[in-house]
Design a binder for this molecule. Sequence first.
Ligand code: DP6
Length: 359
Amino acid sequence: MKAEDFILKNYNSSVESGSVKWESPSNIALIKYWGKKENQIPENPSISFTLSNCKTITKLTYTKKETKDFSFDLYFEGKQNEAFKPKIQTFFERIETYVPFLRDYHFKIETSNTFPHSSGIASSASGMSALALCLMSIEVDLGADYTSEYFNKKASFLARLGSGSACRSIEGELVVWGQNESAESSDLYGIKFDGEVHSNFNNYQDTILLVDKGEKQVSSTVGHKLMYGHPFAQQRFAQAHENLAKLKAVLASGDLQSFVKIVESEALTLHAMMMTSMPYFILMKPNTLEIINKIWKHREENNSNVCFTLDAGANVHVLYPENEKESVLNFIKKELAVFCQNGHFITDVVGKGAQLIKK
Ligand code: DP6
């Protein structure tokens, strides 16, 4: 599909008001998106596990207005919030062509997260996907008649324009975004991974260790830009393609040892790109490294398949199969929680994607 296919052409302009509500999860990339072109087009394909417990709940109320500007109020966890407004304004500007009724209504956006505020967990994926889904439901309220396939694709397309990784939060349990050898995949939206997945990956566990809850020194948006002219950029983009092909085979075979190698290498490569860009920066903290070393030692000594991945921050996602749930949770409580701020971690599991909340 092309971007033009996502332009809403006809809608019922006599609808005065209404409200819609969605909850949408965060996701954790196994093959990382790092580096983008114009219009939020990724430099390389990525694949992620959709999560279950870490999610954003957003209610969008719309009321017809006369003026022709963008008009919205944002409430975060019950309180009016100005800080997030510029991001939403940019989002509206980017998607206006595809969602032409944006200037016809005043929007009240009421949003909250299930994970603690400023936990360092990326909320842009869950937040932008929830908002994109609400806009799609308004399209339906205004008379659009969509198949669920088109609905999800356009929701993902819009979410991508809010935040790249958000396009992988609409569905579960594995989502691929970015052109690769599979004919179905696209740079414009994420699609549910349609390859074979071994039962070893059923209910895969993700415990998020909150090493640093503070604001990051360098945002992802700035980090992506530093891939322009990066000395290792082209090799990195090629490597992501190779790793995706390898990971697909591993997902089918259930080979957990190979899974661990690909996933950890992707996480460290992401951070290596940050350390070798100009200007260079480091988002890992001493406790991030303590945790990584403990995970390696535990894996070695217990014949375990526990592994880690990182997103653009200091927190560690500990990934492990369901049959190691008890032992790894004990290990986390006994040996890793001390490296978390206030001992704080969040247990999560791979999930099926966003859900409409019925009024
Ligand atoms: C390291 O999606 O947050 O988490 O498109 O600028 O909003 P923008 O960036 P964002 O980048 C996320 C990068 C990552 C890897 C990943 O999720 O694939």
